[in-house]
Ligand binder design. Structure first.
Ligand code: ITT
Ligand code: MG
Length: 167
């Protein structure tokens, strides 16, 4: 099976390869068609769906398209990390799932509200480069007990499981 993934982010690609280990995984950096920094569940979920359908359309002979999108959302007045995934089949059926969420510190909220992207804010905060491609914000704020790839593996298993149930 050929699986198109709507990103070249290594954390996302590695997560898809983990779940679909016997399939061919192709990275296709399509636009999410939402803001670079989504600010709600609805927007983050839409970004995942857009990535899945865009990469399904533009990857030749793909059997399935997967979109993974990171964002933030507010609950109880507290900003949280949120992540969504979408899987689009050749028959245009769409499955969605969301990932684990954890609260973000107030100063991160202030930076994002000022217009910065979480990936850039995390690099300055952790004094590292490309946190978004590695452990992610979830890795930093859990002392690496849960990394960005692990969180996406969970989302992709939820997508694959639903696809398996309904097919
Ligand atoms: O190349 P793409 O697939 O776009 O990968 P990305 O790292 O930019 O990831 P997203 O677009 O899905 O995430 C939207 C924004 O949120 C940031 N982000 C989301 N989750 C993150 C995390 O766990 N660690 C660091 N940045 C994160 C990310 O860097 C973007 O600024
Ligand atoms: Mg991005």
């Amino acid at each position: 099976m050929k699986i198109a993934v709507g990103s070249t982010n290594p954390a996302k690609i590695a997560a898809v390869q983990d779940v679909f280990f016997s399939d061919s995984v192709v990275a296709n950096n399509v636009p999410s068609l939402v803001n670079n920094q989504p600010f709600s569940d609805a927007e983050t979920r839409q970004g995942a769906i857009n990535r899945a359908s865009e990469c399904m359309k533009t990857t030749s002979s793909a059997d399935v398209g997967i979109g993974l999108e990171g964002g933030v959302m507010t609950v109880g007045g507290v900003l949280h990390l949120c992540n969504w995934g979408a899987l689009v089949t050749a028959e245009h059926t769409v499955f969605t799932a969301s990932g684990a969420r954890i609260p973000l510190p107030e100063h991160i909220k202030n930076e994002l509200t000022a217009g910065r992207e979480l990936g850039d804010v995390m690099d300055s905060y952790a004094q590292r480069q490309n946190v978004r491609h590695e452990e992610g914000a979830i890795g930093i704020f859990t002392n690496e007990h849960m990394e960005r790839k692990d969180m996406f593996v969970h989302v992709i298993r939820l997508l694959n499981g639903q696809w398996d149930y309904w097919k």
